[in-house]
Design a protein around this ligand. Structure first.
Ligand SMILES: [Zn+2]
Length: 337
């Protein structure tokens, strides 16, 4: 679960060209006085104009995790009620069928569809996922797998409904299956119950369907078993490498091991980006990848001919560094070493 987007960047069009000129200051040391502010300042410099939406991650977070309440349920229902963006084919083989707040991505393979996240509940899965697929000419009976990026209800809530209707397999990490069928970290009356336990994957595991392979990176932090899949996307006769970061915000309270793990995983994914040329950075919430703005730009065409979701490895690397700096700032606010 992430908090509501407070604003939308209007300056993403400035693009990576400007920020590529920025020479960020070296990473500040952790924990001395004022270091949280220094990490935030470095994050802001790294983010530049094009990744400005990521700066919300640097806002101070409470030491206690939110507990279920009528007010939280009400807030969740308001988020769900926001009109969904028009569903869209974003790449030759990747479709957006998500809501305004939480995303669902559909990967098309030569042997069926892989749905990444299932939204909050059956009603939303029917209206937004099935409804979106109908508008895009896609058949939900072709969904062979649902990947649940992490065990919070905004990502698994619609899965049980889709499983009941179309019988896809459901994939999550071992840790998050355990959480979903043990003690939920978060709950809301707006969410349907977790799907029945199915396939568990570990870091580095691959899922192949037809001509497409997903590789699961376990990026522990947001939850203990957050899955961040990597996969190829195609457009204009070219293949690009995508990383979908599976859980972004620090809504787990005062927990040093999670913040440290979060930072370590951003560094691990930076190394993977350098190694494999990841040039598309996606999220399961539009507030963390600017997907709604990017889809609007894609719909509008544009003279440059560049694809708004293909940002290049340097920008993916900057995004991961911004997230790392925000995690370090939060650790310093809690006084962690
Ligand atoms: Zn979450």
């Amino acid at each position: 679960m992430n908090t509501v987007r407070a604003f939308r960047m209007s300056s993403v069009l400035l693009g990576a060209a400007l920020s590529a000129c920025v020479q960020p200051t070296p990473r500040p040391a952790d924990n001395p006085a004022g270091s949280a502010e220094a990490h935030v300042a470095r994050a802001r410099q790294l983010a530049g104009a094009d990744l400005g939406y990521l700066m919300r991650l640097c806002q101070p977070q409470p030491a206690e995790r939110a507990t279920p309440s009528a007010a939280m349920d009400d807030g969740m229902r308001k988020l769900i009620a926001r009109p969904a963006p028009a569903p869209m084919q974003v790449f030759d083989n990747l479709y957006f069928v998500g809501g305004d707040w939480v995303s669902a991505w559909l990967l098309k393979t030569s042997d069926g569809l892989i749905l990444i996240d299932a939204l909050n509940n059956a009603e939303e899965a029917a209206a937004v996922i099935e409804g979106g697929m109908a508008r895009l000419g896609l058949d939900p009976r072709q969904i062979k797998y649902i990947v649940v990026t992490h065990g919070h209800g905004d990502h698994y809530g619609g899965a049980g409904y889709l499983v009941g209707k179309y019988r896809p397999r459901v994939v999550a990490s071992e840790a998050d299956w355990n959480m979903m069928h043990g003690q939920l970290e978060f709950d809301s009356a707006a969410w349907d119950r977790p799907p029945a336990r199915d396939m568990a994957v570990r870091d580095g595991d691959k899922l192949t369907l037809g001509d497409t392979t997903l590789t699961f990176q376990v990026t522990t932090g947001h939850t203990l078993g957050t899955l961040s899949p990597t996969f190829d996307v195609r457009t204009g006769g070219r293949t690009h490498h995508a990383l979908l970061w599976g859980g972004t915000s620090f809504n787990f309270g005062k927990d040093f091991s999670r913040l440290r793990s979060y930072s370590a995983n951003t560094e691990r994914m930076r190394a993977l980006t350098a190694q494999t040329g990841i040039d598309v950075f996606l999220s399961n919430h539009s507030e963390w990848d600017g997907s709604i703005e990017k889809m609007n730009r894609l719909r509008g065409g544009g003279a440059s001919g560049s694809h708004p979701f293909v940002v290049g490895p340097q920008t993916v690397d900057r995004a991961l560094q911004v997230m790392d700096e925000c995690a370090r700032a939060q650790a310093d606010r809690f006084g962690f070493p």
